[in-house]
Design a protein around this ligand. Structure first.
Ligand code: GYE
Length: 361
């Protein structure tokens, strides 16, 4: 009995297989369903794309959390670190302006820890601040925190450092980026250097903190600008973390490996000042044996220009308070906010350094 059923089952399978094979061998049988499938797929794809486009448009128009109009706000300022005069000047400007307006400012200091900065943003979300001002220490790792704030209905404004634009965008995930054009800063430093050296030199580049947008962009702006000047060579480039002490240590090491250096390009004045100390310790005269160009325009940097140690420094303005809060108010009023607000920067060299030292930080 069982044997009989097995034989029957086998026979059925055989018949079914043969029918299928026959169908496959028939050109009309194969093309027709394939064409139908293709058409269906195309229609489905078109519909999905249209739906996706509609979603994207909707997100771009209404995805950002709004802020209610109020007389006074409670806002968060998530600072990345406080280890150089630039960052201290930025924090002071944010606090001074909040005090002037009578707003409450919740300040955190991530002390150079990107992970802590993400946690700081989360604590601001938990405190339900009206808006968060964030200086993302690095371009990528702060993006999830920005998304969490957005999901919690709290708008984020990026100050001075940007995020990776493939991961988050202004007008969609955060309101806007307010800061300098770092690529332009690097370019201006390079252009001054080309003129000053006649296009010849062995450069040590002291890079800002790894992963920070000003470090990436200042490198790009500078390096792209010297491509057409083969006499200017970068003999070494290393992270000096935007601080004087690390700048000095890195410079000491690099000097031993590259005594032929004639130029230092530092991504900020603090590292340039560290490099000056290292050069002097090695018996070299900054400004003579080695030309130095940097960025920021802090008081000690401008003084070094006056003293002839730093050749030029491109300004990067840290005083964000007025612009930051004014932008928030405009946003609360329903004004359209550009997705990037670029600060105009000056350029300091021996011709004008004296005029700006008194106002510097
Ligand atoms: O140049 C540097 C600071 O993010 C633009 O960070 C800022 C930079 C600034 O630590 O001094």
């Amino acid at each position: 009995m069982i044997k009989h059923y097995r034989r029957l089952a086998l026979l059925t399978v055989l018949v079914l297989t043969l029918t299928l094979l026959a169908a496959c061998g028939d050109p009309t049988a194969t093309t027709a369903p394939a064409a139908t499938t293709a058409t269906k797929a195309a229609t489905a794809a078109a519909t999905t794309t249209a739906a996706a486009a509609a979603t994207t448009a909707a997100v771009a128009n209404s995805g950002l959390p709004k802020i209610a109009k109020k007389d006074k706000y409670t806002v968060g300022f998530a600072q990345s670190e406080s280890n150089n005069p630039w960052r201290l000047a930025q924090s002071k400007s944010m606090q001074d302006e909040a005090d002037k307006l009578g707003w409450k400012l919740v300040v955190t200091d991530a002390a150079s820890s990107t992970a802590k900065q993400a946690a700081d943003v989360e604590s601001m979300i938990a405190q339900k601040v009206d808006a968060i001002f964030l200086t993302p220490r690095e371009e990528k790792p702060l993006v999830p925190a920005i998304m969490k704030a957005k999901a919690a209905g709290i708008p984020v404004f990026l100050l001075d450092r940007n995020v990776d634009q493939t991961l988050a965008q202004g007008g969609k995930d955060y309101v806007t980026f307010i800061g300098s054009d770092f690529v332009l800063e690097g370019k201006q430093a390079a252009e001054w250097l080309i003129k000053q050296t006649g296009g010849k030199g062995n450069i040590i580049e002291l890079l800002g903190s790894t992963g920070a947008s000003p470090a990436n962009d200042r490198r790009k702006g500078f390096e792209d600008a010297i491509v057409g000047t083969p006499g200017l060579k970068i003999v070494a480039a290393q992270d000096g973390d935007f601080t004087r002490d690390t700048g000095r240590k890195v410079m000491e090491t690099l000097l031993q490996a590259h005594p032929e250096v004639t130029v230092v390009y530092a991504h900020n004045d603090e590292m340039a000042l560290g490099a000056i100390a290292a050069l002097q310790a090695a018996g070299k005269t900054p400004g003579k044996d080695v030309i130095i160009v940097s960025i920021d325009g802090e008081k000690d940097g401008i003084q070094a220009v006056i003293d002839g140690k730093i050749g030029a420094t491109v300004e990067c303005n840290p005083r964000f308070g007025p612009k930051a809060y004014e932008t928030l108010v405009k946003y609360a009023n329903g004004d359209t906010i550009p997705t990037k607000i670029i600060n105009p920067d000056k350029f300091f060299d021996i011709s004008n350094a004296k005029d700006f030292i008194a106002a510097a930080y």
